[in-house]
Design a protein around this ligand. Structure first.
Ligand code: MEZ
Length: 529
């Protein structure tokens, strides 16, 4: 399966393995990082962005593909929609069935609200399910939320909204306890102590994991909890526009049954948007580690209703997407592989960087190695660098890979690659949107009352770059808070007359800039690709 060039390069990797394993590549200086990012990170490619001409972020740049959707055409003709015929009438409407949406629904239910989840696929079809390496929380004696804060604030280029990051790190230990009590099977030692590891940019070992199925295990537990509580879940049903009331407050959503194409109306006292990320937008042609439904829908419908975005111009490219074989191109190779000791090695067998730099720096460094430095390995469909997985067992002993990262072992085993014996090829993959809806610390959007948001659809928690394991954490912390606060707000809310005027007003303003793209996208279209 390997080409001659790959086999020759593997020989060099093997010849240097012992020396590379012992080597501690130096960390880059702040100046080196800045130059690297500006030259190689995709966020800095100015011609890949477009300035918005309409809406609350008018004058700001976003990825070209996102601009087309934000200024796109609605899926509905408002004149055809009868808002007096309400199909679902609830206190709290949660849009999205991933980790944040499920956590919100559980807490809203706990608070006594009549809550319903709508999701365009099935509950659990979400990026939460795809997260592998772990969830951060400072709950060990040598750690503290303050240290967690400093790591994340620096890693995010000091751009995080302080009050959001403060909430994230301070409520992290309780989030882990909540998940543990619900039944998440975290990795523990025999005496019950949680096993924790480093991630890129962490100064303490605070990554709690369930092998390398952490997100799947968390999602399994949350889904069980939603179903056990009999919280209604309307699946295969997408929210395609938000409904406001005459006072401009969020008051429900226009829904599309993805199977029958029937249009349905949900009225709600409060709405929680938890629609997740945008990897399936394939910004700049990158492959993605994201689930099939990650198409920025929440950003589009909220923007059209008037919600403000924060940092929508910054994306996360996970340094280690699978670059070979082609069948798994872009699939996530968890950062935990590097936490456990594997190093990044170029075509000549050289360890070219510290394996646990922050993600933006690591991705840019790999891109540089594969471009200007010409030290990448030809994969047949592009370039990649080696991630020398056999180093893990040199460091941790035989059986470490099977025990700690069995999903990785299996993913490559299917293609005849034994990661215990052979290195694997990786290249950055589109993984996470750092930006999203601007929220207050109570999870309400900053400019639409009764519209709450949680999870990847939110911007500003992590600043301009997120550390590993802080996303599984934010979906729990902010998902729960959004659910509690939406339930509380619903108690004091009387919904006024429903309206979709904002959809028409936005369309009028956007007319001359509209690319013709119909949005939200809902599902990626791979035909003819
Ligand atoms: O936080 C993440 O994105 C994560 C845990 C990914 C990973 O590398 O496993």
């Amino acid at each position: 399966m390997y080409t001659k060039e790959m086999l020759e390069s593997i020989k060099k990797v093997e010849a240097n393995r012992v020396a590379n394993a012992e080597l501690e590549p130096r960390r880059m200086t702040a100046e080196e990082k800045e130059t690297l990012l500006k030259t190689y990170h995709p966020d800095y490619k100015t011609d890949e962005f477009r300035v918005l001409s309409v809406g609350p972020n008018k004058g700001e740049k976003v990825p070209t593909e996102l601009a087309a959707l934000l200024q796109g055409k609605s899926r509905i003709n408002t004149a055809d929609i009868d808002l007096s015929k309400v199909d679902y009438d609830v206190d709290v409407l949660v849009i999205g069935g991933g980790g944040a949406g499920s956590s919100a629904a559980i807490e809203a239910h706990e608070a006594g609200a009549n809550v319903m989840i709508v999701t365009k696929l099935r509950i659990g079809d979400a990026n939460t399910m795809m997260a592998e390496g772990g969830i951060q929380a400072a709950d060990k004696p040598n750690d503290s939320p303050a240290i967690h804060y400093l790591d994340a604030f620096g890693g995010g280029h000091f751009a995080a909204k302080p009050e959001l990051l403060y909430t994230l790190v301070n409520e992290a230990p309780e989030a882990i306890k909540w998940l543990n009590d619900l039944g998440v099977e975290f990795d523990k030692t025999e005496d019950g102590t949680m096993v924790t590891t480093h991630g890129g940019g962490t100064s303490r070992k605070r990554m709690h994991a369930a092998k390398d199925y952490s997100g799947a295990e968390i999602m399994r537990t949350l889904r069980d909890e939603v179903l056990n509580r009999n919280i209604p879940v309307v699946d295969f049903t997408a929210a395609i526009e938000l409904i406001l009331d005459e006072n401009g407050n969020a008051a429900g959503a226009v829904l599309l049954n993805m199977e029958t194409e029937e249009i349905l109306i949900a009225r709600a006292k409060t709405v929680v948007i938890a629609t997740g990320g945008a990897g399936r937008m394939h910004y700049q042609g990158f492959p993605t580690s994201n689930h099939y439904g990650a198409t920025a829908d929440g950003l589009v419908i909220a923007y059209r209703a008037g919600a403000k975005l924060l940092y929508a111009d910054t994306l996360q490219y996970h340094p280690t997407g699978a670059a070979f074989p082609e069948q798994i191109f872009g699939a996530l190779v968890t950062e935990k592989v590097r936490s456990l000791g594997a190093k990044l090695i170029n075509v000549n067998g050289e360890a070219f960087m510290h394996p646990l730099e922050t993600r933006d720096v690591s991705a840019a460094s790999i891109i540089r190695e594969c471009s200007d430095r010409n030290n990448g390995v030809d994969t047949g469909s592009g370039k990649g660098v080696w991630l020398d997985t056999p180093m893990i067992e040199m460091k941790g002993g035989e059986g470490t890979i099977e025990k700690r990262i069995p999903a990785m072992l299996r993913m490559f085993e299917k293609y005849g690659i034994d990661i215990r014996k052979e290195p694997i090829l990786v290249y950055p993959t589109l993984h996470y949107q750092n930006g999203g809806l601007d929220i207050t610390k109570d999870c309400m959007t900053t400019n639409i009352k009764n519209l709450f948001a949680a999870g990847e659809v939110v911007g500003g928690i992590h600043g301009r770059n997120r550390l590993m394991g802080n996303s599984l954490l934010d979906i729990i912390v902010f998902g729960r808070n959004a659910g509690k606060n939406a339930a509380a707000a619903a108690k004091n809310t009387t919904v006024g007359n429903l309206t979709l005027n904002h959809v028409d007003e936005f369309a009028k303003e956007a007319e001359e800039y509209c690319s013709g793209a119909v949005s939200p996208m809902l599902l990626p279209d791979y035909r003819n690709k």
